[in-house]
Each structure stands twice: as C-alpha cells, then as structure tokens.
Ligand binder design. Structure first.
Ligand code: 5GP
Length: 203
C-alpha cells in the first residue's frame, strides 16, 4: 500500500521570504516537489516560464477557472494566481510531498479541501525588515510596495487559521524548523493507521 504524500502549504505576507525558504527547503528535500502556479502577472527579469510560474493571459486563466482546473486561485494585487489541481493530486497519490507557496486567500481555500495538509505561516522578524525586503527586491513600483506592505498588516491576522508559525530571520533556521515540522507531521498517529494494520497482519 502506497502512503500518500504530504501537502505542505507555505504562506504569509509578501516579503516574508516564502520563496527563498521554499527554494532552500527543496534543495534539502529533493524527493519533494514544488507546485508551479499559473499567473497573469508579467514575468520579472530572470523569471522563466514553467519554472517560476506558468505565465498566461487573463483569458487563459479564466478558461482554466471555468474548467475547474485549479485547486485554488486568488486575485492578488490585480493579478490572478492559481495552483493547477492535477499536478498536485497526481504527485500526492504517487507518494511525493508537495509544497505550495501561495498567498493567504489561496491557503484558506486549500484548507477547506485538504484538511490533512500542513499549513505553515512565515513571518518576518519585524515589520521594518519586511518593508526593507519588499523595497530591496526592487521589482515593484512604489504604489505596489505600499500596497504589499499595507496588506501584510491585515494578513497577519489570519495566522490563527494555520498550524505552525515560522519566523524567517535566518533562512537556515527557518528551513530547519520546516524540516522538523514535516518530520513530526509524518509521525502523527492519525497519519500512520496503516502501520498498525500492518503490524496486526490486516494488510
Ligand atoms: P509574486 O508576484 O511576488 O510572485 O507573488 C505575489 C503573491 O502571490 C505571493 O504572496 C505569492 O505567494 C502568491 N502566489 C503565488 N502563486 C500563487 C498561487 O498559485 N495561488 C495563490 N493564491 N497565491 C499565489
């Protein structure tokens, strides 16, 4: 009997460093897979279609919504972002752990559907540091920066809906904590019913 993979949802305000933390975690866990989202946002310099995102038009995105191809989707800062459903479901069934790096609206939608996922909220050490990181990225104009920073204050209120919080001060430390969370989740009794059945010779 194949054990299903674990769905790991990494979320939190823009600038908390979700992307960096996910990337580093994946380096250490090469057997896990990242879900590549679709977006209508324009690619930033260095971003590659199919690697960072699937960059598609609004029309294409709306067609995918209609065809129920998303596990979740949301409009974030004027652009659509969504998680293609099929990839995630296939990988989980293959026994692979799947990591999603998505915004808070999306994470809450996933929680409705996958109660057995692990929901991790990444926060910055301080709000000053958050602002510094958004500005430092240098890819957004001042209006967008302000919008992202203002949203961050509101988004932090949703933390109660998550299972874990990780402060991303040092990336190394944040990644270590996510490893620990994932390991503990895999040892949960309710995720290991099959072990008991196996020991009892039932399977
Ligand atoms: P960015 O434009 O900086 O790449 O992403 C903006 C926000 O959209 C980030 O908070 C990012 O986590 C989120 N995001 C990326 N992909 C998805 C997705 O598939 N669904 C949702 N709901 N949010 C996403």
């Amino acid at each position: 009997m194949k054990k299903k993979g674990l769905l790991i949802v990494i979320s939190g305000p823009s600038g908390a460093g979700k992307g960096t933390v996910c990337k580093e975690w994946l380096k250490r866990n090469p057997e896990a897979v990242l879900s590549v989202s679709a977006t209508t946002r324009k690619p930033r310099p260095m971003e590659v279609d199919g690697v960072n995102y699937f960059f598609i038009s609004r029309e294409e995105f709306e067609k995918m919504i209609e065809d129920n191809e998303f596990l979740e989707y949301a409009e974030v800062y004027g652009n659509y972002y969504g998680t293609p459903r099929r990839f995630v479901q296939e990988k989980l069934m293959e026994g692979k752990d799947v990591i999603l790096e998505i915004d808070i609206q999306g994470a809450l939608q996933v929680k409705e559907r996958f109660d057995d996922g692990v929901f991790i909220f990444i926060i910055p050490p301080t709000m000053e540091e958050l602002k510094r990181r958004i500005v430092k990225r240098g890819t957004e104009d001042p209006d967008v920066i302000l919008q992202r920073f203002t949203s961050a204050f509101e988004e932090i209120n949703f933390i109660k809906r998550y299972n874990y919080v990780v402060v991303n001060d040092q990336v190394e430390e944040a990644v270590r904590k996510i490893d620990a969370i994932v390991l503990a989740e895999k040892c949960r009794v309710d995720r290991n019913n099959y072990l008991i059945m196996y020991l009892k010779g039932e399977i």
